[in-house]
Design a protein around this ligand. Structure first.
Ligand code: BG6
Length: 485
């Protein structure tokens, strides 16, 4: 037992997190191919079924490609980081960022995913971005795959449903590891790997109308991703000595709605289904409870000889996760439900919710951190947390986002408590340090940033950047290493 910690460690990695498809734009520039994200159109709220606009069919892809539907595709344009990264990185540096989480758009490197040789222009673009970050001493944290499967892999193989995609992903990872080995030390293999359960298209580039058995396909595709993740973890360690590779989960700490054992067991089951991902990444094997789940749901995994060894011998160095909310589950029907990140539960009467119905639970973050640490004893990295909210620009251009400051300060306070509890937390990157296109709804008006971007849901605006009140606030949080909130 060591002595209790007092606060954030000195080398704590403070920063912000983004994804290429929501930030970059330049979807057809520099030799980039189309990706699955480029096919997602903005759907006005009133026409959205169930809140999410990210699932898609093969028929819809054909329609878009044949030009029959000409709509707005916000993820093709992002907020034009492609042309403005120097300005944006200078602002991150001004806030004192130690780390910047971003993804490489796979289709910028291999336009079709299965090409023989990589696209030099794409590789050069990220060279410039990493050099710019290094200029300010900002450590890049790079996600290899953040909902950006090259579309050609979807068309040829139905994405990760096919084992063939493992080889293409490994080739892509090997290419970027070799190219950026002196520039990037921290890597994540798949963003929110569990999204596959909620949206196979988003997580795996899978068109679900093309498969017979959704559950079977999804768990098989996940097996392919686990194997791919372990192979590239090994490669990163070989190619980049001292590199740190993490997995990434959308963690949904699930509470029972009451002390009724039925509720408690249901919440336990939900937690297991959420944690089976990190169990494999961190412990190197499928947990026993999944054997029963697979059997009861007639899921038969096709494994190849050597898969189990690959998983066991190449576990991750750290566990990263997104945390926006907790979920509450009840065994009884007919209770009021809530929306959420990927999934929701029943309404928790002790919590308030964001404008998008995501329940805000700072103490749940302390619970989550402690549970992760107790289960795995591996370093933890919060790579997404933040508040999506409507911002109002005042006449003088100022933006008073006290609600965002309030949300973040309460979560950071609980991170500090968890560190005092003994949790090894190495970093925090808040989601969307600069406003970007929403993943689930493709809106611009759902804003997370410390930096405002003049762009609306229909794509109108100057793209000018300006500082919100939270900009100076976060700068002071970093400068004081989390002491001044
Ligand atoms: C996470 C994703 O689920 O949540 C991000 O990794 C996403 O890509 C973030 O943007 C917030 O979700 P949304 O739908 O509000 O953009």
């Amino acid at each position: 037992m060591t002595t209790a910690k007092k606060g954030f460690p000195e080398n704590f990695l403070w920063g912000g997190a983004t994804a290429a498809n929501q930030l970059e734009g330049g979807y057809n520039l520099g030799g980039k191919g189309l990706s699955t994200a480029d096919m997602i159109a903005h759907v006005p709220k009133e026409l959205r079924k169930g809140g999410h606009a990210m699932e898609i069919t093969s028929e819809r892809i054909e329609e878009i490609l044949s030009g029959a539907i000409e709509k707005l595709f916000p993820k093709r344009f992002g907020v034009d980081f492609y042309h403005r990264f120097k300005e944006d990185i200078a602002l991150f540096a001004e806030m004192g960022f130690k780390v910047f989480r971003m993804s490489i758009h796979w289709a910028r490197i291999f336009p079709n995913g299965y090409d023989e040789t990589p696209n030099e222009e794409g590789l050069k673009f990220y060279d410039e971005v990493f050099d710019e970050l290094r200029k300010y001493g900002i450590e890049p944290l790079v996600t290899l795959s953040h909902y950006e499967t090259p579309l050609a892999l979807t068309q040829k193989y139905n994405g990760w449903a096919s084992r063939e995609v493992i080889g293409h992903y490994v080739k892509y990872a090997e290419t970027v590891f070799n190219r950026y080995k002196d520039k990037v030390k921290y890597w994540l293999t798949f963003n929110e790997i569990n999204v596959m359960l909620f949206s196979p298209y988003t997580g795996g580039g899978i068109l679900i109308d093309k498969v017979e058995n959704k559950l079977q396909t999804v768990y098989q595709a996940l097996h392919h991703q686990f194997v791919a993740s372990a192979i590239v973890t090994k490669l990163a360690h070989e190619i980049i000595p001292g590199s740190q590779v993490g997995c990434m989960l959308a963690r949904m700490e699930t509470y029972p709605n009451s002390c009724n054992p039925e509720d408690v067991r249901l919440a336990q089951f939900e937690n297991q289904i959420n944690l089976y991902f990190t169990d494999i990444h961190a412990r190197g094997e499928y947990p026993n409870y999944m054997a029963r789940y697979f059997e009861e749901n007639n899921i038969v995994l096709q494994k190849e000889v050597g898969d189990d060894e690959i998983l066991l011998n190449n576990t991750v160095d750290f566990i990263s996760f997104s945390y926006y909310m907790t979920v509450t589950k009840s065994a009884s029907a007919d209770l009021e439900t809530t929306a959420g990140n990927l999934t929701g539960g029943v309404k928790n009467p002790y919590l308030e919710a964001s404008d998008w119905g995501w329940e805000i639970d700072p103490i749940g973050l302390r619970v989550t951190l402690n549970n992760f640490w107790d289960r795995y004893n591996k370093p933890l990295f919060i790579v997404e947390n933040g508040l999506g909210a409507y911002d109002k620009v005042e006449e003088d251009g100022s933006i008073h986002d006290s609600y965002r400051i309030d949300y973040l300060s309460k979560h950071i306070e609980q991170m500090k408590e968890a560190i005092k509890d003994g949790v090894d937390l190495i970093g925090f990157t808040s989601w969307g340090p600069i406003d970007l296109v929403s993943m689930s709804t493709s809106e611009m008006s759902k804003r997370y940033g410390f930096i405002y971007v003049d762009l609306d849901d229909e794509g109108n605006g100057t793209l000018a950047r300006s500082k919100k009140d939270s900009f100076e606030w976060f700068k002071q949080v970093i400068a004081s290493n989390g002491e001044v909130l």
